[in-house]
Write a new protein. Sequence first.
Length: 312
Amino acid sequence: MNARAIARLALITLVLAALLLIAGKIDLTSARAAIAGLHPGWVALAIAVVLGAKLGAKVVRSQRALDDVAGSAAPRWPSTARLLIASHAAGQLAWAPLGFTVRTIALGAHGLSLGAIARVHVLERVAEAAALAAIAALALACAPHAAGAMLAPGVTTVIALAALAILAIVAATSRRARRAFTALRADRRTLAHVSAWSIVAGAADVAVVALALAAAGQDPLALGLAPPLLAVLALNLACAVPVVPAQLGVQEAAIVLALAPAGVSTPAALAAALAYRAAHVVPLVLVGLPALASLGALRLRVRAPRPGLAAR
């Protein structure tokens, strides 16, 4: 087994250990009451933020990357939005790598080369890493004592640091990762713009966590910015490597662990985590699945022979 496989296995083991830790602390009666008490108005507002701000920023980010990499061959805004929402639906409702596959196939159907598609993917992943770093820095800057209390003790620190170390090993031992980072030198200006829009999307994600806390009966203003900032950081680290379909349980465990040091009870944190998931699942079901179906129809049209050619 090579170093990359060992690192992936270690990260999966850490995530599963966190899931077991959370499961042992849940009072099912209190959890059911907290979930039943979710405020639908706050959940609806979180759904609106996901659709308008988070996905909107990602569409702008993707369009900028596509325009700079592919030029006139890049799809236009409506197609970019449809591709992005469809890939998110495939990745978040089924299996994370499926989202990349769907988008790669769809962009290829639009005429982009595999090299151009790979450059776009790399730009977006590096931009997302930059946005996560900005979120972590902001958490420490805006509330150093609260953030320090959340990061210093307990299992959260162990999981976060171990996950970062494992991801660094994966990147260092991957030839594709090294080639990708070398290629980014030619895309520095594009990377700056794409990273800016990733930060906007990250800020929207923080707002979704705050709204999910409000839906669970917590006061986001009293808690401050640090808990939702660190919840977003934790769930992104935990979901870096696909463990289960749709990362069911993994995402929720990360949010619960990140919110616990801020004084949010496990039942309330679990209810907020489920509200956060609902804020993403509802729009992906209502908008993402139809977009995914339309991409299937597009793929069939691209692969179908032209009548004139078939007659020859």
